[in-house]
Structures are given as C-alpha cells and as structure tokens.
Write a protein that binds this ligand. Structure first.
Ligand SMILES: NC(=O)c1ccc[n+]([C@@H]2O[C@H](COP(=O)([O-])OP(=O)(O)OC[C@H]3O[C@@H](n4cnc5c(N)ncnc54)[C@H](OP(=O)(O)O)[C@@H]3O)[C@@H](O)[C@H]2O)c1
Length: 274
C-alpha cells in the first residue's frame, strides 16, 4: 500500500533488490510505473472490497494511512489482516504510549495502531520520525529565492525515508518481529532552519529559513487549495507538538550502518531543488 509514495516507493525498490516477490497496490495500475518484476494490483484504500483481491495470496502487507481520519479504516484493516496475513503499519514516533496524544497526527496513528493490533496477532508497528522527504515541499520556494518561509515544526531526529524502508523490508520478510513496535529515527535532532541550510549546502547556496505565524501559514495553505482536514492536522502539529530528543539505533541495528543525516539526503535530492 502507498507503493508510489516517498516511503512505499523505496520499500518496493528494496524488496525487489532483495529478490522478494512483490505486489504493489496502485489506484491506476495501467499508468503507474514500478521497477521490473513488480506485480501491480489495482485497488483503493477508500474501497476496502478492492483490497480483498489485491492482497489475495500475499503473506505480508505494508500499510500506510495517508488520510486524516480513521473513518472506514477498520474495514481496510480487516480486509488486509484476513488469511493470517502479516500487517506492518507505518506509524509515527510522535505517538505517546502514556497518552494523551500531543496533536491530531499521533492521535490518528494511535487509533490506527489500535485497529491493526486488534485485528490480528500478526502485526508489526514501525514508528518513523519526521521524514526527510517532507523537505520536498520547500522546493518551489528554494527555486524562487534564498529565503524559505514556513511555520516552525518541533525539532526531531528527521529520518531518511530510505532508512525507514530498509527497516520495513525486514519487518515484512523476517521472522521475529511480529507483535513488536520499532522506533526509527535519524542520527540527530534538527529543526526546519537546519533542514533548509542542508539544502543550501547541497546547492552551494546560502539559504535562510524565516518563521511564519501559524495564521499566515493557514491562510496560505487554504489559498493553495489544501484540504481543510490536512490544514488542521498540520496546524495542530505546529502549535502542539513538543520537541523530540529521541534518537534510536534501529536503523544501524537492522542495516549495519548509521542512519543517514539530513545533509546526505539533501545531497542525494539536490536535483529536486534546482
Ligand atoms: N511525513 C512524515 O513525516 C511522516 C512521519 C511518520 C509517518 N508518516 C506516515 O507515512 C505515510 C507515508 O508517507 P509518504 O511520505 O510515503 O506519503 P506520500 O508520499 O504522500 O504517499 C502516499 C501514498 O498513499 C497512496 N494513496 C493515497 N490515497 C490513496 C488511496 N485512496 N488508495 C490507495 N492509495 C492511496 C498514494 O498513492 P497515489 O500515488 O495514488 O496518490 C501514495 O502511494 C504518511 O501517510 C503518514 O501516515 C509520515
């Protein structure tokens, strides 16, 4: 699921590279391009009945939930968890096991985790820190000038989506991870200004981050046509999410190499900002 997304695309590529037979879900299977060898199944997460056939014969499924509500999620989870299938759910390190949740995003993920773990014993939860790929949303501003404006997002150990995928592949394919929750972070805590600086360093430019008031950002997101639930999720995160100093060694434990830094990600993605 989510096979065309930032994380899912990497999961598919890494499964193929590891020689694992892989089926990718696509809303439009006729036009979506995947690496050679990937079987493509049509389906839609808003149409649970479409997932029954799409997942038939599959042992393990990678589930992302790209929505802002868990309405209808129970049916999706039930369809995927059928036939004793393993469900690896991509959650967030912002989930607070002690509760309450800081903002709408970990609230959503906590609800999804509860649905998944109630639907099957064959679950594994991968909680990821903020993805490095979130910086792609800054590309238009970077191309336009040296000042990048946005709301401050609580600093945390931003993680390379390829490192998240590397852990996901192991949870999908190896024994011993069922019934466990893994926290996956990058190597150091960074704020938005450092993320912008890293892109500048990769480009050989001096970029500067300027904080926008939340209300201005809300107006800009509304004008840009973002759906209201997405705006409310982002605003609640901006206003309520505390800084996270959590740094885990999960990536190193699974891959034998350190988690990649935002600077490495920026160098790899430099063409996305030109
Ligand atoms: N961003 C973060 O910092 C962060 C941190 C922790 C966890 N997460 C979780 O990770 C998830 C994946 O992140 P990402 O950056 O890989 O997301 P993304 O790039 O936005 O990808 C979303 C994926 O979901 C698919 N999708 C959307 N609506 C669908 C539908 N109705 N039916 C089937 N597929 C649908 C998209 O397919 P199409 O190509 O058809 O649109 C795409 O493959 C997020 O949704 C979030 O829950 C994110």
């Amino acid at each position: 699921m989510g096979a065309t997304g930032n994380v899912g695309r990497q999961v598919v590529a890494q499964l193929v590279a590891a020689g694992v037979p892989t089926r990718a879900l696509a809303r439009d299977p006729e036009t979506t391009v995947f690496p050679p060898g990937v079987e493509v199944a049509g389906g839609d997460l808003t149409a649970p009945e479409s997932l029954v056939a799409a997942a038939d014969g599959i042992d393990s499924v990678f589930l992302v939930w790209p929505f802002h509500s868990t309405a209808a999620a129970a049916e999706v989870v039930a369809a995927l968890a059928a036939q004793g299938r393993r469900v690896v759910y991509l959650s967030s390190t912002a989930v607070n096991d002690a509760g309450p949740q800081s903002d709408l995003i970990p609230l959503l993920h906590a609800e999804m985790e509860a649905l998944v773990t109630a639907a099957t014993t064959q679950w594994a939860i991968l909680r990821a820190d903020a993805l490095a790929s979130n910086s792609l949303s800054l590309a238009r501003q970077v191309r336009a000038g040296d000042v990048v404006r946005g709301t401050e997002v609580a600093p945390s150990a931003v993680v390379h989506e390829g490192d998240v995928a590397a852990v996901a592949v192991r949870l999908l394919t190896e024994a011993g991870h069922v019934g466990r929750t893994y926290l996956v972070t990058g190597p150091r805590v960074v704020g938005r200004a450092e993320r912008v600086e890293a892109i500048g360093a990769a480009l050989g430019r001096s970029l500067r981050f300027e904080t926008l008031p939340v209300e201005v950002a809300r107006e800009m997101m509304t004008a840009a046509g973002l759906p209201a639930p997405q705006i409310e999720s982002l605003v609640s995160m901006t206003e309520l999410r505390p800084r996270s100093d959590l740094i885990t060694d999960t990536v190193a434990a699974f891959t034998g190499r350190p988690a990649r830094d935002i600077r490495e990600w920026s160098v790899e993605h430099v063409e996305d900002f030109r």
